[in-house]
Design a protein around this ligand. Structure first.
Ligand code: NDP
Length: 378
């Protein structure tokens, strides 16, 4: 069976399952609308080079096989054997395979519109700036950078180069998440009062880059706690104005100076809503968002895993069909980058920068246990 056959089969199944379940959300995303139509869109495919061919890039590359509007057309890696293997697997010709020394040459590669940076966190800033200077759009994994200062530098470089900067916030396109947001906007929960975000797992191999401050920029908060930060914002629908935080460490050998093991933090929102969140590398079974308002509640559990996301509200189970997050994300990002579409929940550099400002404030607050004021918008 050819790739086109596979893709068509997948899309047919997706459209059939979408038709079987009434689309409850008026936020019918671009990708949903596009899949439901029969028209083709010549010349509107987002051609993406993947940078950093590790475990998450492998997931993205596989998911992109089912994309209707995005395609892997370039590869950037420090490992020659991966370039060879992935190049063959995804049909990327040698001329569009690069390493970290020579990828500035993508400037002259007419088959690449955007670079998706999926490398260790501390590398994102420099790589994004180089991609921007090469005149290509930047899609960057979370956390966008390791602090707000670096994040701002990325925004500035992209603005100067006239390219867009997006962050790989895949849950911003996830159907059950969008349904909760739709219900909130419709007033179904009444005024939001409280959000709880639990994000964590027990991390293994002590030698991995995630436990190396120089590559990770921090610890659990950078990697997994950011889901609770970002989730608090899109679930409550506001940006927090203050934060408090407490840090605990039970294993200072594994979690060295500057690498947080467990952080609890609280956020306060302009409406008076509050959030209580946990970020940890030391406990399993933590992937839950809970939100309650004056008239109802929503729970997502799992809230951020690769899916299916599951959830319920005071009105019953959420039944929106599951599709691979990265497939929807990349089709939606094609709409944003090529057509100027506006997503329901932003995925741009400003959005990534807000989370970095909160991360900076959480680390600072956890030093003293005091409250830090936040000013996320300019
Ligand atoms: P991996 O360790 O699996 O892959 C990272 C890749 O980066 C490596 O395979 C390597 O690719 C490249 N790399 C370049 N320099 C280094 C270095 N010094 N040490 C290690 N790797 C290096 O990490 P992940 O794929 O899990 O994570 C990458 C990024 O993606 C992170 O920012 C992470 O937060 C994010 N992520 C996002 C997820 C999401 O759901 N949105 C899920 C998982 C991760 P090569 O050999 O090709 O150079």
């Amino acid at each position: 069976m050819t790739l086109d056959h596979l893709r068509r089969n997948f899309l047919q199944k997706l459209v059939a399952s979408a038709a079987a379940v009434p689309l409850l959300s008026p936020y019918r995303t671009f990708a949903q609308a596009d899949r439901a139509s029969t028209g083709s869109h010549p010349g509107t495919t987002l051609r993406v080079a993947l940078m950093g061919l590790g475990s998450y890039a492998a997931r993205v590359a596989e998911a992109m096989q089912s994309c209707k509007r995005a395609k892997v057309t370039g590869l950037i890696s420090g490992t020659p054997s991966k370039l060879q293997e992935w190049g063959t697997k995804y049909g990327v010709p040698e001329k569009s395979r690069y390493n970290y020394d020579n990828f500035d040459r993508i400037k002259d590669d007419a088959d690449i519109d955007a670079v998706y940076i999926i490398t260790p966190n501390a590398q994102h800033r420099d790589q994004a700036i180089r991609v921007a200077k090469a005149g290509k759009h930047v899609i960057c994994e979370k956390p966008m950078a390791v602090n707000a200062k670096e994040g701002q530098e990325m925004l500035d470089a992209c603005a100067e180069a006239g390219v867009k900067l997006l962050v790989g916030y895949r849950l911003h396109f996830e159907p059950k998440t969008l349904e909760v947001i739709r219900m909130r906007n419709a007033g179904d929960f009444g005024n939001i009062l409280f959000f709880q975000g639990l994000s964590g797992f027990r991390i293994g191999d002590p030698s991995q880059w995630r436990l190396d401050k120089a590559l990770a920029g921090g610890g659990s908060l950078m990697d997994i706690g950011i889901y609770a930060i970002n989730g608090a914002r899109y679930m409550v629908g506001e940006d927090p104005v203050w934060v408090t935080a407490q840090q605990t460490k039970t294993d200072p050998v594994k979690f060295k100076e500057g690498v947080d093991e467990t952080i609890q933090f609280q956020l306060g929102f302009p409406s008076g809503a509050v959030a209580s969140c946990l970020s940890t590398y030391q406990m399993n079974h933590l992937d839950r968002f809970f939100m309650t308002g004056e008239r109802g509640f929503a729970e997502l559990r799992p809230a951020t895993g690769y899916g299916p996301i599951q959830g319920r509200t005071h009105k019953g189970e959420l039944t929106q069909p599951h599709a691979m997050h990265q497939t929807i994300q990349m089709d939606e990002m094609a709409g944003i980058l090529l057509d100027g579409n506006t997503p329901v929940v932003p995925v741009d550099g400003e959005e990534g920068l807000k989370d970095l400002k909160i991360i900076d404030a959480i680390y600072a607050a956890s030093e003293t246990g005091g409250r830090r004021q936040l000013r996320l918008s300019k």
